[in-house]
Design a protein around this ligand. Structure first.
Ligand SMILES: Cc1cc2nc3c(=O)[nH]c(=O)nc-3n(C[C@H](O)[C@H](O)[C@H](O)COP(=O)(O)OP(=O)(O)OC[C@H]3O[C@@H](n4cnc5c(N)ncnc54)[C@H](O)[C@@H]3O)c2cc1C
Ligand code: FES
Length: 385
C-alpha cells in the first residue's frame, strides 16, 4: 500500500482532531463506544430495581409475583432464564435464583412463580411477607437453560417436577404467543394433583395447539384424580410418543426428579450429556454423594477463619456460602448451584468437599478456588474471599 494513503481518506482530519482533543481532555474518541457500552449495560445489567405489581395465587403452596421495573425498562431474556433476587431475610443478606415464568415477548413485566419449601428462608418470606407495591432488587436475566436452534431439535421432550415447571411455562407461552415452529411434549410430575401449577392454562393450551402436549403425572393422587399416576418413566414417555428420534430432552425440578428420571432416560438410550438439565440449587444430602469422606459426619462442626481474623463455625452439611451469609459475610452469587462461578473463594488451608460434577476451571483448581455455594467444609478452613 502507498505510504500515508490513509491521509487521503474522507474524515481523516476530523479523526486526527478528535484524537488531539481526546488526548488533551482524556475523553473517549468514539461517542459510539459510549453508546455501545450503555447498550451492553442495558442488555446485561448487574442489578434491576423491581416493584411487585401483582400477586397471583396459583396453588395453596405457590404464588406468582409479577415484577415491573422501577426504571421503566426490563432487559430482554431467553425463555428458560432466571433472575437472582437479592434480599435480606431475618437479618441475613442472601439471594435466590428464580426462573422467569412469563414469556420473553411480554416485555412489560417479569413473573416468577415461587413454591413454598418447608423451613425455607426465602420462599416463605416471598410468599408470606411480600406484598403488592414492595420493592425488590434482582440480577439481570441469567443462565443457559434455553432452546438453542443450532444445537436443539425443534421437537422437545420436557420433564418438569414441582416448581421446575417455570422455565417451561415461559418457553410454552412464547411458542403459542408468537406462533413459533416448535413442538413441546411436557411431562409434569407432582406429589399430589393439588400441587400442579398452571394446570388449567396448560390444559387449555394443549387443547388449542397441536404442537403442545401436556401430561401431568401424580405420585400420590386424591380420590377425584383420574390421570396418569406414579412417576415420569421411560415406559410412559414411549407409550405417549413412540418414537423419540430427532427430539431434544430438557429437564428441570428438584433433586429427586433428576435422581429418578435421568436413569430412566438412560434406559431409553439417551446419554446424560444429551439431556439439557437446569441446575436447581445445592445438593440436599451432600453426605450421600460419591466421594464424601466416611470419617466426616454431616453434623460435624469445623472452624472457618477469615482474613480479618474472624473465626466462624461451619456445619459439614451446609454450603460454605450459607455459613458465610449467616455470619453477615456476603459473597457474590447468582445460580447457587455451582454453575456460574460468581461465588468463588480461595481455600488457604483445610479441605472442602465439592461434588465431582461442579464445573471448576483448571486454573481455579490449581490455585485453590472453590465455588462456595456447593462447597462443604470437611476440615478446619482458612479462606480468602
Ligand atoms: C436456576 C434456578 C431456578 C429456580 N427457579 C425456581 C422457581 O421458578 N420457583 C421456585 O419456587 N424455586 C426455584 N428455584 C429454587 C429457589 O432458588 C430456592 O432454592 C427455593 O425457593 C428454596 O429457597 P428457600 O430459601 O426457601 O430454602 P432454603 O432456606 O435455601 O432451604 C431450606 C431447606 O430446603 C432445602 N431446599 C432448598 N431448595 C429446595 C427445593 N427447591 N426443593 C426442596 N427442598 C429445597 C434446603 O436444602 C434446605 O434443607 C430455582 C433454583 C435455581 C437454581
Ligand atoms: S453462585 Fe453460581 S457457582 Fe456459586
Amino acid at each position: 500500500m502507498r505510504k500515508g494513503i490513509w491521509q487521503e481518506f474522507d474524515g481523516y482530519q476530523d479523526i486526527v482532531e478528535e484524537i488531539k482533543v481526546s488526548r488533551k481532555l482524556g475523553g473517549t474518541i468514539a461517542p459510539a463506544m459510549i453508546n455501545a457500552e450503555e447498550y451492553i449495560r442495558q442488555l446485561h445489567p448487574d442489578r434491576l430495581e423491581l416493584c411487585v405489581n401483582g400477586i397471583i395465587e396459583e396453588t395453596p403452596s405457590t404464588k406468582t409475583l409479577r415484577f415491573v421495573s422501577k426504571d421503566n425498562y426490563l432487559p430482554p431474556f431467553l425463555a428458560g432464564q432466571y433472575i437472582a433476587l437479592y434480599l435480606e431475610v431475618g437479618g441475613i443478606r442472601t439471594s435466590r435464583p428464580y426462573s422467569i415464568s412469563s414469556p420473553p415477548n411480554q416485555t412489560g413485566y417479569y413473573d416468577i412463580t415461587v413454591k413454598r419449601v418447608e423451613q425455607g428462608l426465602v420462599s416463605n418470606y416471598l410468599l408470606d411477607h411480600v406484598n403488592r407495591g414492595d420493592d425488590l432488587v434482582s440480577s439481570g436475566p441469567q443462565g443457559n437453560f434455553y432452546f438453542n436452534p443450532i444445537i436443539h431439535k425443534s421437537t422437545k421432550i420436557c420433564i418438569a417436577g414441582g416448581s421446575g415447571i417455570t422455565p417451561f411455562m415461559s418457553m410454552i407461552r412464547e411458542i403459542v404467543d408468537c406462533g413459533l415452529d416448535r413442538t413441546v411434549h411436557l411431562f409434569y410430575g407432582n406429589k399430589t394433583d393439588e400441587d400442579v401449577i398452571f394446570h388449567e392454562e396448560l390444559t387449555n393450551i394443549a387443547k388449542r395447539f397441536d404442537n403442545i402436549t401436556y401430561l401431568p403425572v401424580i405420585e400420590d393422587p386424591t380420590d377425584d384424580y383420574s390421570g396418569a399416576c406414579g412417576f415420569v418413566t421411560s415406559n410412559l414417555i414411549r407409550e405417549l410418543l413412540g418414537d423419540i428420534e430427532d427430539k431434544s430432552f430438557f429437564i428441570c425440578g428438584p433433586q429427586g426428579l433428576y435422581e429418578f428420571c435421568l436413569p430412566e432416560l438412560e434406559e431409553m438410550g439417551i446419554a446424560r450429556r444429551k439431556v439439557r438439565q437446569e441446575m436447581y440449587g445445592a445438593p440436599l444430602n451432600i453426605w450421600e454423594y460419591p466421594g464424601w469422606p466416611e470419617a466426616v459426619n454431616k453434623d460435624d462442626i469445623f472452624s472457618v477463619k477469615l482474613r480479618d481474623g474472624r473465626q466462624l463455625e461451619a456445619r459439614a452439611a451446609e454450603p460454605l456460602m450459607v455459613t458465610l451469609e449467616k455470619n453477615n459475610v456476603v459473597v457474590p452469587s447468582l445460580c447457587r448451584s455451582g454453575e456460574c462461578s460468581m461465588c468463588r473463594v480461595k481455600i488457604l488451608s483445610g479441605k472442602v468437599f465439592q461434588p465431582a460434577a461442579v464445573p471448576v476451571r483448571k486454573s481455579d483448581k490449581q490455585f485453590g478456588y472453590v465455588h462456595s455455594c456447593v462447597s462443604y467444609p470437611i476440615e478446619d478452613l482458612e479462606i480468602l474471599i
